[in-house]
Design a protein around this ligand. Structure first.
Ligand code: LLP
Length: 417
């Protein structure tokens, strides 16, 4: 179910007309639906009812405090990849005991802070990280809970930039290497092996790679048990895809059913780190058409959002649906390239879109709730967009638009004369 729907010819976010939000808060503007976030998070809990589990939302997908707040209130765990994300989780009221710390390179300071807060688990990706964590925990006279991230060499069949489970990728350790690192961990005084972790890629639309991975992980669990190392939880990462255009990803329920079937009655707690499948379709990016420009063979709609606001089309050639906020029946259709004002040929949001457009029209990009604002920048010295959370008929500005002063914050000219 979508929480961004047309009522008559007018796009609504839950019960509020998107044009009203744009009038009040300006454009470009991200709009999130609280109900959509809640529904997509709760789908995991429903599908895992009766199974010991922890759903750790991948903060990188959308780390806005209001988004984390909505999920924390539902008892979510969080998957973080930096000290910055950890502070965001705390500021939003998240429980550190439900945090898993992923990422290829955690600094000693980040480890120390996470240890002080008592996080659930460190997902380690190299022997070097293991040695470093053991030292940091020794200094604090405590014991760090750890998982090793395994790279199962499974093809996730997704975009190469967001595929992480092949042996040529920088992530995790091959299964045999992981076994050796587990043995090393078992000898250490300041780490305790608790889990086994993996994440094979993002925007997967087929269950098979997940299940192939699960079989490989379970083999490793057994090999570890043979040498006296007990794995208590299995972290299968994130990666479940969403529909941007015509993709048909498995439902959360189908994915979880299959995982539970393969797991049988093994006494393993299940962890997941979903990002996109929780946030993507809980957000839109609203923009205004500034100018229409036609050249010999192209029609360009130049909008006030750009690659600095939404990088996915430029970086991954991602196709994101773009629709007028106010539908006009019987309008003349033209094929538009929807582009931003940034000085790069790669600055486009959509190409070849059949739309009836006039200067000043508002457009909405769908599926923009994940990997949208978080990947935005100030390139071309453009202030970053406002963010709004809709909750029924209520509209909350949850991040004000950046100002020109914000752009200069922290900078100085040379002080010498
Ligand atoms: N866990 C780990 C260790 C990850 O690296 C990621 C995503 C996730 C969980 C969450 O995956 P998800 O459920 O969102 O697929 N910027 C790209 C996506 C990069 C994903 C990076 N890692 C995009 O816009 O498509």
């Amino acid at each position: 179910m979508s929480y961004f729907t047309f009522r008559g010819e007018t796009l609504h976010a839950e019960d509020v007309a998107v044009s009203d939000i744009a009038a009040e808060h300006g454009t470009p503007c991200y709009i999130y639906s609280r109900a959509a976030l809640e529904a997509s998070f709760l789908a995991y809990g429903d599908a895992l009812a009766g199974t010991d589990h922890l759903v750790c939302y991948a903060v990188k997908a959308n780390s806005s405090l209001a988004v984390l707040d909505v999920l924390a209130r539902l008892g979510a765990g969080f998957d973080i990849v930096s000290g910055g994300e950890l502070e965001r989780v705390l500021a939003a009221g998240g429980d550190p005991a439900k945090v898993v710390f992923s990422g290829v390179s955690k600094t000693a300071d980040e480890m120390a802070r996470a240890l002080d807060l008592g996080i659930h688990c460190f997902n380690l990706e190299s022997e070097g990280e293991l040695e470093a964590l053991n030292c940091v925990a020794a200094e604090k006279a405590c014991v760090a809970p750890v998982s090793i991230r395994v790279n199962p060499d499974v093809d996730a069949k997704t975009h190469p930039y967001i595929s992480t489970g092949l042996k040529e990728n920088k992530f995790g350790l091959a299964i045999d290497e992981a076994l050796a690192v587990y043995q090393r961990a078992a000898q250490m005084n300041h780490v305790e092996v608790v889990g086994l972790d993996c994440h094979i890629g993002s925007q997967l639309t087929d269950i098979t790679p997940f299940i192939d991975t699960l079989h490989r992980l379970l083999e490793l669990v057994d090999r570890l048990a043979d040498i006296g190392i007990t794995i208590k939880h299995l972290d299968l990462g994130g990666g479940l895809g969403v529909t941007y255009r015509d993709e048909q990803p498995p439902s959360v329920a189908d994915y979880m059913d299959e995982v539970r079937r393969v797991l049988g009655d093994r006494p393993l707690k299940l962890l997941f780190e979903p990002g996109r499948s929780i946030a993507a379709n809980a957000g839109i990016l609203v923009m205004r058409t500034e100018y229409l420009k036609s050249t010999a063979d192209h029609h360009f709609a130049i909008v006030d959002a750009a690659m600095n606001d939404m990088l996915r089309p430029a970086l991954y050639q991602a196709w994101m649906d773009i629709q007028p906020v106010q539908r006009r029946s019987g309008g003349h259709l033209t094929t538009w390239d929807i582009v931003g004002p940034v000085c790069e040929t790669g600055d486009f949001l959509g190409k070849g879109r059949e739309l009836s457009l006039s200067q000043g029209d508002l457009l909405a990009m769908f599926g923009a709730g994940a990997y949208g604002f978080v990947m935005s920048s100030n390139y071309n010295s453009r202030p970053r967009a406002a963010e709004v959370m809709v909750d029924g008929t209520a509209v909350h500005l949850v991040r004000r638009r950046e100002t020109l002063e914000d752009l200069l914050r922290g900078e100085t000219t040379l002080t010498e004369s």
